[in-house]
Design a protein around this ligand. Structure first.
Ligand code: FAD
Length: 347
């Protein structure tokens, strides 16, 4: 793996040791009397570590493809791996709620925002060697696909048109057209909340349908190694065009505020997946709306923000949609979009 070509970002820093302070913090946590003390202590720690390179009261609507969400108390954008590690270590040491986000394309923020630190992962870079693509987790899936095309690697075409970052895609096992990240992820470097960093083979990441064990463990993806095979670049481009055309006919137009499919496709009694959109359509969800949140007219599994939707509108609408499907089919739909409450703890 020594002959990698750096294509972007600070790739050489990938193997730096994790922050000792995070390990230390998990053993000797700080305690506070009030929420105010905690917030003040977090602010002071952020100033000490990052100077003025973090922000306060940042509207999360700007960080989300749904364009919904009130202010986060603190917001930090990590462009280098060491900054991502340091921000997580700081939040752990301060015992402050935090969340690492990528493109914000699968998340519903609360109207009240978030009482803690939102860390946006902007660590970007890809490197190729020995038939594998290594990629930093803040890299967008579109940049990943461009890198794959450049090196004539194929097998990742199913990811075309999915917004967001590699980290978000690994954590949620993103997929389409019958394939998902679990099929192509060889290994990932994971930062554990305690500060340890481990390289974990894909098969040990507990992948399931739009799920991985990282969702429970709060492990942060720092880097991913994707297996893809040399192939015909022209055929790869043609396949991606086909996929994009299929997506264009089914999905809301690009840029429509939404977070992709709202519900997971449930399993029928024979174990096969049933399209949640079809169940919702047959149960009568088409045309439903609450406030500014509406069921997308051409695909009932999309909730779109028609302009002034609140998180509350979306949650109410989603509940009504679930109730309809439950009443008609006896099936309980499960959310694919992640709702982050304002007072969520980190783990
Ligand atoms: C128009 C549209 C179409 C979509 N189509 C599809 C589709 O076809 N298939 C599909 O699977 N999804 C689809 N999605 C949903 C979304 O794009 C994917 O789930 C994507 O992988 C989310 O990545 P993200 O970086 O935006 O994650 P975010 O929304 O930022 O975060 C989602 C979750 O992942 C966690 N996370 C983010 N980065 C990391 C990290 N580095 N380490 C650990 N956890 C992390 C966050 O904490 C959060 O819990 C679509 C969304 C939209 C808006």
């Amino acid at each position: 793996m020594s002959n990698f070509t750096q294509t972007n970002g600070n790739y050489s820093k990938i193997y730096a040791k994790s922050e000792v302070s995070a390990r230390f913090a998990s053993k000797f946590p700080i305690s506070y009397n009030t929420a105010m003390d905690k917030s003040q202590a977090l602010r002071e720690a952020l100033v000490e570590l990052f100077g003025d390179a973090f922000s306060v009261n940042v509207p999360l609507s700007a960080m989300s493809s749904f364009e919904i969400g009130g202010p986060a108390d603190f917001f930090y954008e990590a462009r280098r791996l060491e900054d991502l590690r340091a921000a997580v270590a700081l939040a752990v040491r301060q015992r402050a709620p935090y969340r690492v986000i990528g493109g914000g394309s699968n998340i519903l923020f609360a109207d009240e925002g978030f009482r803690g630190l939102i860390i946006r992962n902007r660590t970007e870079g890809t490197a190729y060697g020995e038939g594998r693509l290594r990629v930093l987790s803040g890299t967008s899936l579109s940049a990943l696909l461009r890198a794959a095309l450049k090196t004539d690697l194929t097998g990742l075409e199913f990811l075309v048109g999915i917004p967001g970052t590699v980290g978000g895609a690994v954590s949620g096992n993103a997929g389409a057209f019958g394939r998902s990240v679990a099929d192509v992820l060889e290994s990932a470097v994971i930062l554990e909340p305690g500060g340890a960093e481990r390289t974990i083979p894909g098969e040990d990441l507990g992948f399931g349908y739009r799920n991985s064990s990282l969702r429970k463990s709060s492990g942060i993806v720092l880097e991913a190694v994707l297996a893809s095979s040399p192939g015909d670049r022209k055929a790869s481009e043609a396949l991606m065009r086909d996929h994009l055309e299929t997506r264009r006919t089914k999905h809301p137009p690009w840029g429509t505020p939404c977070a992709g499919s709202y519900f997971k496709n449930p399993c029928s009694t024979d174990g096969c997946k049933v399209a949640a959109g079809r169940l919702l359509d047959e149960a009568g969800a088409r045309g439903m709306s609450v406030g500014g949140a509406a069921v997308y007219e051409k695909h009932c599994n999309f909730i779109v923000n028609t302009g002034n939707a609140t998180c509350r509108d979306v949650l109410l609408l989603a509940q009504k949609m679930k109730d309809k499907v439950q009443a008609k089919f006896g099936v309980r739909l499960e959310e694919e979009v992640i709702h982050l409450p304002a007072d969520a703890s980190s783990v």
